[in-house]
Design a protein around this ligand. Structure first.
Ligand SMILES: Nc1ncnc2c1ncn2[C@@H]1O[C@H](COP(=O)(O)OP(=O)(O)OP(=O)(O)O)[C@@H](O)[C@H]1O
Ligand SMILES: [Mg+2]
Length: 228
């Protein structure tokens, strides 16, 4: 069976750096699984996200060895737009992901770039906003939302591309308690819909939504035994 996400003996070194940040990562994420990856600051968690989402090697070059497979296809043989319809990524800081004047424009941006029909774009917009519980904010400006609500819109803008896999890189670290609850509820709802999820966390209190937890330590992925 083809797995949503597989990493095979992955090593990565940033351009100009003398040291590998990822050192032999192996990972299989199963369909519908919520995998959490924890680790100290600097352990390589964001770098792993960049590799999972094709940002490495398509945007950051450097020295990558090994393979990342999205639904069986190596990221090296896919282009970024092709990856984006299969795998979406939500970052720590929602402001870096939002750029449109209205919520509606923001969430429709991806599907518009896929050149889908008006009807399909409308459906995708409605479904994505519903999945994050933000239908009522459709005509508002992202600027007027709380940090947590902005993060939900960033998530909706990824969901409107209908990816099967979602990566959250410490998506709950800069938002209030209410926002965290909303993101966790969204993650559980997405799991129920069969999405495969990798969530990077440093706050161990947010791990209750995960099916499995792994620890990244100095670029090596290992079982998590309760302590960073
Ligand atoms: N663009 C870059 N060029 C060179 N080195 C980098 C670059 N980005 C990150 N690094 C280095 O790679 C290592 C891992 O960084 P990374 O951001 O992946 O860690 P992290 O686990 O996400 O940390 P945090 O919890 O603070 O987000 C660090 O030593 C960092 O300095
Ligand atoms: Mg990081």
């Amino acid at each position: 069976m083809t797995m949503p996400l597989e990493v095979r003996d992955l090593w990565y070194r940033y351009p100009g750096s003398g040291e590998d940040v990822l050192r032999g990562v192996n990972l299989t994420v199963e369909p519908g699984e919520v995998l959490a990856v924890v680790g100290l600051s600097g352990s390589g968690k964001s770098t792993l996200c960049y590799c999972l989402s094709g940002i490495v090697p398509h945007i950051y070059s450097g020295n990558m060895r090994g393979e990342v497979l999205i639904k069986g296809t190596p990221t090296t043989s896919m282009k970024i737009p092709q990856i984006a319809t299969r795998l979406g990524i939500v970052f720590q800081e929602p402001d870096t992901q939002l750029f449109s004047p209205t919520v509606e424009d923001e969430v429709a941006f991806g599907p518009e770039n896929l050149c889908l029909s008006r009807e399909e774009i409308g459906e995708r917009l409605k479904t994505a906003l519903k999945l994050v519980g933000m239908e009522d904010f459709r005509l508002g400006s992202p600027n007027q939302l709380s940090g947590g609500q902005k993060q939900l819109i960033a998530l909706a803008s990824v969901l409107s591309l209908d990816p099967e896999i979602l990566i959250f890189d410490e998506a709950m670290s800069q938002i209030d308690a209410q926002g965290k609850t909303a993101i966790k509820e969204a993650i559980s709802g997405l799991k129920d819909r069969g999405k495969t999820i990798v969530m990077i966390e440093h706050d161990l209190d947010n791990l209750d939504v995960a099916d499995r937890v792994l620890l990244l330590r100095e670029g090596v992925l290992q079982p998590f035994e309760g302590r960073l």
